[in-house]
Design a protein around this ligand. Structure first.
Ligand SMILES: [Fe+2]
Ligand SMILES: [Fe+2]
Length: 188
């Protein structure tokens, strides 16, 4: 499926605000993909589609995972919003013709995952630093990105983890596992 077709499908699934976010993430994916010499078209497709499942009501999300044999953990059961990543990945394969590599990036876009590939990292960073979010340390983040993309991933991961601590909110274990993986396996 080409980018335009994907764009139209996603547009129908989301509110104006969320679709605007998706467009901004798509643009940011393009920017980062250029810096990293990654295929721009693929990065843009993943960017526009990453939140395709975000506005499915939580009740429906739980039904969807059951029906489609998607494994979930206790934190996801208690916070079904988190499931939009896994469900989005499943939809992207079934409805948008995404490859496993592209679907994996969607699946990992909120928490990261161990063994993150370049596309996973591009989307993970783009989702947090798209222009409409007004990410406070954007210049610093971009300087990390110039240096080493793993440093940028770690920076965002740390911010996310600290935010959960400040909010006294539960943390998804995958964020912690991803952080440990980055520290052990990359040059950060
Ligand atoms: Fe998301
Ligand atoms: Fe998003």
């Amino acid at each position: 499926m080409n980018l335009q077709e994907i764009y139209e499908i996603v547009k129908k699934e989301l509110s104006e605000k969320r679709f605007f976010h998706s467009q901004c993430v798509m643009e940011r994916c393009e920017e980062i993909a250029k810096k990293m010499n990654y295929d721009i078209e693929t990065a843009k497709k993943v960017g526009i589609a990453h939140d395709i499942a975000k506005e499915i009501p939580n009740e429906e999300k739980l039904k969807y995972v059951e029906k489609n044999n998607i494994e979930i953990d206790e934190i996801e059961r208690d916070n079904p919003t988190l499931l939009h990543a896994k469900i989005g990945a499943d939809i992207s394969i079934k409805k948008l013709g995404f490859t496993t590599e592209m679907a994996n990036a969607i699946s990992a876009h909120t928490t990261g995952r161990p063994n993150m590939r370049l596309l996973d990292k591009i989307l993970f960073i783009a989702d947090r630093t798209s222009r409409e979010r007004g990410f406070p340390d954007i210049d610093y983040l971009n300087s990390l990105l110039e240096e080493n993309i793993d440093k940028a991933v770690l920076y965002i991961l740390d911010k996310k983890i600290m935010l959960q601590i400040e909010k006294k909110a539960p943390m998804h274990v995958d964020s912690v596992i991803t952080r440990n993986w980055i520290l052990k396996n990359t040059e950060v």
